[in-house]
Write a protein that binds this ligand. Sequence first.
Ligand code: CDP
Ligand code: CDP
Length: 222
Amino acid sequence: TSQIPVITIDGPTASGKGTVAHRVADKLGFHYLDSGALYRLTALSALRRDTDLADEHALAKLAEHLQCSFQGEHILLGHEDVSDAIRAEVVGNTASKIATFPAVRHALVGLQLGFRKAPGVVADGRDMGSVIFPHAPLKVFLTASVAARAERRYKQLIGKGISAKMEDLLMDLQARDDRDTNRAIAPLVPAEGAHVLETSNLTADEAVEQVLKWYAALGHKH
Ligand code: CDP
Ligand code: CDP
């Protein structure tokens, strides 16, 4: 599998990782790994089972035995479609808390590596380039100002008919940034060799174009 190309796209919440990674994968006909979904699935399982959120060992067990499958846009936990359930704010917050446990992160490594399948994979998360695929031929780190990212989340929520308060979103975003950046294990930092792309003033399509240009510059056949 070491010949199979990987493009890693890391960055803070609402920097556009999911949107950009998805479109890049579509353009190249690559698989797509939404690693955040794995932390969210573990969080959802824990919330449903009332697992003690401080019990690292129990959480790692849940992660290790996650019965999930990815079918196009749909994410299943067991036989249940949880594509919407895992996007709930409480699930995201819980995911970011349990993601600070080394045993939980460790338990999800094999599952993530398994996404490296021909003809290639675009992996989105926090540590795709730094930990999971350190030898990826193309690593991208997306950033955007807190204000730009809060604005994006706001629009996403309003678009879904969910009411939101800008000040709550800003606070939540900063708390999430703090936790992701300051944790001891796999903190959110640009991986060695990553291209940093500041997207505050870019559209998602412009960001996609830039990533595709970097990929084309590597001279891979696709
Ligand atoms: O995955 P992540 O949390 O990093 O972000 P996302 O879920 O892809 O959400 C980003 C939102 O901002 C989407 O609604 C995008 O359409 C929009 N957006 C973007 O992704 N990139 C830009 N350069 C501008 C806007
Ligand atoms: O949508 P958002 O960017 O907020 O989150 P996500 O990508 O769906 O991931 C949910 C949480 O899982 C994040 O807040 C991170 O703390 C954690 N995560 C991680 O630690 N490592 C990854 N590779 C992906 C997500």
